[in-house]
Design a protein around this ligand. Structure first.
Ligand code: GDP
Length: 290
C-alpha cells in the first residue's frame, strides 16, 4: 500500500501522531518540519517545500479525518496528496508510432537515454530507429551508433556533418517506415543562442510528437530555469531524470515539472540500456522522503 510506504518513509515524524487522540497543531508542525528536512535534503525547491508545508498544515487541521481513520492516517493521506500534486502522476506513454526529440545539456545522459528509450519501445514490439543529430559533442555519433548496433536498432547519422537540421531532414526520410523515431540533439554546458536556434529548427523540421527534456538527478536548484529555457524553445512534453542510481534524489527535477507543466516520463537508474524505468509516483515519493 502506498500509504504504508509513505508512512514508513515518515516513520519518525508520524510516530508522534500514534496514540494521539486528535490532531494537535504542535504535532502537525513537527511532522511538517520532518517532511521539510527530508525534501530539502532531496533538493526540492525551497519555495515549493514552503508552499506545500502550508497546505499540509492547513488541511491537516481543517479537514475532518475520513470516517474510521486515525490522526496518523489522516496526515499521511494529506501528505501523499500534496506530494502527488507537485510531481504529477507521471506521463502516459503510448505504444504507438511517434517521433520523439530528446533535449538536454551536455552530460545529462541524453544519448544514453536515447538508446534506453529505443530499447523500451523495441521490447514492446515496435520498430524503432534513432537519428544521431548531436554533432557538437565529440564521440556522440560513435556512442549512439555503437549502442544502436548492440541493441539491433536502426541508426542514422552523418559523421562530421556540421548541419544538424540537414541530418534530421535526411534521417527522417531514411527512417520513414519505422514506428518510433528518436532524435538525439546536441547539448552544451549552457543554453546558448545558437543551440536554441538549432533545437527550434529541428523541432520545425521533424515535428516531433514528444519532446523529452533529460535532466541529471544531481541538477538541484538549476532545474527550474533550465527547464524553462528548453520549454520556451521547443515546448517540453515530458521529463527524463537520469542517474537516480547515484546519491542524488532528484528533487530538483520537480521544479522542472512545475515550470513546464510536463510530467516525468522515465527515470534512468544506471549506465546500461535496460537501467530505465517508467516513472512511478509512489516510488519517487518514498525516495524523496526516505
Ligand atoms: P549526453 O552528453 O547528455 O549525451 O550524455 P551521455 O548520454 O553521454 O551520458 C553522460 C554520462 O552519464 C555517461 O557516462 C553515461 O554512461 C552516464 N549516464 C547516463 N545515464 C545514466 C544513469 O541513469 N545512471 C548512471 N549511473 N549513469 C548514467
Amino acid at each position: 500500500m502506498v500509504m504504508d510506504k509513505l508512512g514508513d518513509s515518515l516513520q519518525g515524524a508520524l510516530r508522534k501522531l500514534i496514540g494521539a487522540g486528535r490532531i494537535d497543531e504542535n504535532i502537525v508542525n513537527e511532522v511538517v518540519k520532518d517532511i521539510q528536512r527530508a525534501l530539502l535534503t532531496s533538493d526540492v525547491n525551497v519555495k515549493m517545500v514552503m508552499e506545500m508545508s502550508k497546505r499540509i498544515k492547513e488541511r491537516s487541521l481543517k479537514e475532518a479525518p475520513a470516517k474510521g481513520s486515525d490522526p496518523r492516517e489522516h496526515v499521511v493521506k494529506i501528505v501523499y496528496e500534496e506530494m502527488v500534486a507537485i510531481m504529477g502522476q507521471g506521463a502516459n506513454i503510448e505504444l504507438k508510432p511517434q517521433t520523439i526529440m530528446m533535449v538536454g545539456l551536455q552530460g545529462s545522459g541524453k544519448t544514453t537515454s536515447v538508446a534506453k528509450l529505443a530499447r523500451f519501445f523495441q521490447k514492446k514490439g515496435l520498430k524503432v530507429a534513432v537519428i544521431g543529430a548531436d554533432n557538437f559533442r565529440p564521440g556522440a555519433y560513435q556512442q549512439l551508433k555503437t549502442l544502436s548496433e548492440k541493441l539491433n536498432i536502426f541508426f542514422y547519422g552523418e559523421e562530421n556533418e556540421k548541419d544538424a537540421v540537414g541530418i534530421v531532414n535526411r534521417g527522417m526520410k531514411e527512417i520513414e517506415k519505422y514506428d518510433v523515431k528518436i532524435i538525439d540533439t546536441a547539448g552544451r554546458h549552457a543554453l546558448e543562442a545558437d543551440l536554441i536556434a538549432e533545437m527550434e529548427a529541428i523541432n520545425e523540421a521533424a515535428k516531433p510528437d514528444q519532446k523529452f527534456l533529460v535532466l541529471d538527478a544531481a541538477i538541484g536548484q538549476l532545474a527550474g530555469q533550465q527547464a524553462k529555457a528548453f520549454n520556451d524553445a521547443v515546448g517540453v512534453t515530458g521529463i527524463i531524470i537520469t542517474k537516480l542510481d547515484g546519491t542524488a534524489k532528484g528533487g530538483g527535477a520537480l521544479s522542472a515539472v512545475s515550470e513546464t507543466g510536463a510530467p516525468i516520463a522515465f527515470i534512468g537508474t544506471g549506465e546500461t540500456p535496460d537501467a530505465f524505468e517508467k516513472f512511478d509516483t509512489d516510488r519517487f515519493i518514498s525516495r524523496l522522503l526516505g
